[in-house]
Design a protein around this ligand. Sequence first.
Ligand code: ZN
Length: 161
Amino acid sequence: MAIRNIREIGDPVLNKKCKEVNELTDRTRELIDDMFETMYDADGVGLAAPQVGILKRIVVIDVTGEDPILLINPVIMETSGEQRGYEGCLSVPGKNGIVTRPNYVKVKAYNEEMKPFELEGTELLARAICHELEHLDGHLYVERVEGELVNTADLVEQDEE
Ligand code: ZN
């Protein structure tokens, strides 16, 4: 396993549409392992393959730090409700912005054996699923931000006041 370089906003790879995964090669398995390692190393709750420069429809998420989720070729089946809150992205370091997302999401995807499964998420998990899936179509959350991006350091200060 290895930590990969996280691509940042302005890198054209982040604006490209990713291709579906048809079979899990050793190379793809290695990519998945590296994506988890890279996400944990960066203290992120999610990472999409284009963020490490690979245009494949693969996402890793872990909103609790102990519940790793792999989504291959994920598709959102259902959403409901609404949540509004600050969001961040490993490809937009040091910044956060307010984004409205569904509060519930149901997604269909393939697992590490290329078996289909469904996953339901609420709150932060729903937010992470929506955020990461948009990466696969070349979109960043900053396109959806309500108001201005703020510095993460300022947010932390606000919380402490
Ligand atoms: Zn992101």
